[in-house]
Design a protein around this ligand. Structure first.
Ligand code: SF4
Length: 456
């Protein structure tokens, strides 16, 4: 059996238990909660271990993992041992790093979902972590299994399968390199073929990549007409012909009291160890012992619940869908990250408080401590990028924009940034059509006109 041991402390990769990453405040590790499953007792353990061995916070990542910061080389080793002993990580760092699967975490309790993919995700997760040939998949490689409820439609993945309904029953749509909307569709397969299809595509990626001098870390880097044909051929025996019925589903309101769960969100996905223990106590007091943690940084308490809004708000949680803090995405920035020059989260909260019309809970605004854009690698309606204490504003693109023309204001001081965002807010309110969301409005505005308004 080949031994592939990821070198510890690498930067520019996805950290996992046993393969930490350096950050401004020490080493950073992540706990992979397959399907977002987390018991009350596990949350308490993680809160205690974070406090004892690193920084006393747990952060939900964009893949729905729990991140612990501030570890030393020694304490990270101890942390990983505890995770393995608790069944929260695989025995070896290589096997743990090979777990590339996310799935809809609440599909079994979501009336809008078509299929609950947790069992598929479990089997695939086992296959990935026990098949050394697949350990060569790059650490950022992502496989997304969406149960069709719309919760992971936005998620850009290397391989994604989305449940669809058809006259023949439930099937999965297979697509490469993107979100549900942008991924390149490859065909359909039966539910029971999903695991084989995904494994074959992952192996095909490795085979194509092997031939390349410059190795790809994501499928989109090597996807062209020729490689697409190779991917399709690799799974052709498992493709079926179906006509999907009404595949377009949008995500339900997630927060508060819903059919099937009570949803809440820690601001920025971050909770202190004290808060985490408080959440565990609160759930237990109401007779609930399990959480689901989602890549949307929402935590679900499954089951029919009474209204927990007041005690959850007392713990600092967001419980309503229009809360301005839901507009905010931000990396930790300085001082936690060596690459950051600004405390991004406190700046985001201050601006959201001062310009509530812009931060309406719908319009996503990404505050990035540097152009790397770790907190949200995809495009956002608004992205604010800090560099050496100054700020750029980018619309409808990423922190490092694919199109430089989307950088609508540059090199702003904090005060200038606040003024430009106020101007942007006024512009959007005036231009907005009836029932139009701010995201749709900003997507339709003429970029040159917007630059003139913001910079004069
Ligand atoms: S985007 Fe934020 S977390 Fe990522 S490297 Fe830059 S400052 Fe650090």
């Amino acid at each position: 059996m080949p031994q592939i041991t990821p070198s510890p402390f690498r930067r520019g990769h996805c950290p996992s238990a046993g393969t930490p990453m350096e950050s401004g405040d020490g080493l950073l590790s992540r706990v992979n909660l397959l399907g977002g499953r987390l018991d009350v007792s596990q949350l308490i353990d993680l809160a205690d271990w974070a406090e004892e061995l690193g920084a006393p916070t747990l952060e939900i990542t964009s893949r729905g993992k729990l991140q612990v910061r501030g570890l030393s080389a020694q304490s990270e080793t101890l942390f990983t041992r505890k995770l393995v002993a608790a069944g929260l990580a695989r025995e070896t760092a290589a096997a743990e790093a090979a777990r590339h699967v996310i799935c809809s975490v609440a599909a079994d309790i979501d009336p809008k979902a078509l299929h609950a993919p947790y069992a598929i995700a479990q089997q695939l997760d086992t296959q990935l972590s026990t098949t050394p040939a697949l350990w060569k998949l790059p650490s950022k490689f992502l496989i997304c299994i969406d149960g069709g409820g719309g919760d992971l439609a936005y998620k850009s993945a290397d391989i994604r399968v989305d449940a669809i309904s058809s006259a023949k029953g439930i099937a999965y749509r297979i697509a490469l390199a993107g979100s549900r909307q942008s991924a390149v569709p490859l065909g359909y397969c039966q539910v029971q073929s999903c695991i084989d299809v995904i494994a074959l595509l992952a192996k095909e990626f490795l085979s194509i990549n092997e031939q390349r001098r410059e190795k790809a870390t994501r499928i989109k880097q090597l996807l062209n007409d020729d490689t697409f044909a190779l991917f399709k051929t690799s799974v052709s025996d498992l493709l079926i012909s179906v006509t999907p019925i009404n595949t377009e589903r949008t995500s339900a309101k997630l927060l508060g009291q819903q059919v099937g769960w009570f949803g809440f969100a820690p601001p920025f996905g971050v909770m202190s160890s004290d808060t985490a223990r408080g959440l565990a106590r609160l759930a237990t007091a109401h007779g609930h012992y399990k959480f689901r943690v989602s890549p949307e940084k929402v935590i679900f308490i499954p089951g029919g619940l009474s209204d927990l809004s007041a005690p959850l708000e007392a713990l600092g949680m967001i419980v309503t869908n229009g809360d301005p803090r839901l507009s905010l995405v931000a990396c930790p920035g300085a001082p936690a990250c060596l690459s950051g020059s600004t405390a991004t989260r406190s700046l985001a909260l201050t601006l959201a408080e001062h310009i509530p019309d812009l931060f309406d809970g719908e319009l996503r605004t990404h505050f990035s401590g540097c152009p790397k854009g770790c907190a949200h690698p995809q495009a956002s309606p608004i992205t604010i990028v800090a560099q050496q204490g100054k700020f750029d504003v980018i619309v409808n693109d990423r922190a490092t924009p694919l199109n430089e023309n989307k950088r609508v204001a540059q090199n702003l001081s904090t005060e200038e940034l606040a003024m430009r965002l106020s101007t942007l807010s006024n512009t959007l309110q005036q231009a907005r059509r009836d029932d139009e969301s701010l995201s749709d409005c900003i997507a339709r505005l003429d970029i040159e006109q917007l630059k003139i308004k913001l910079n004069t």
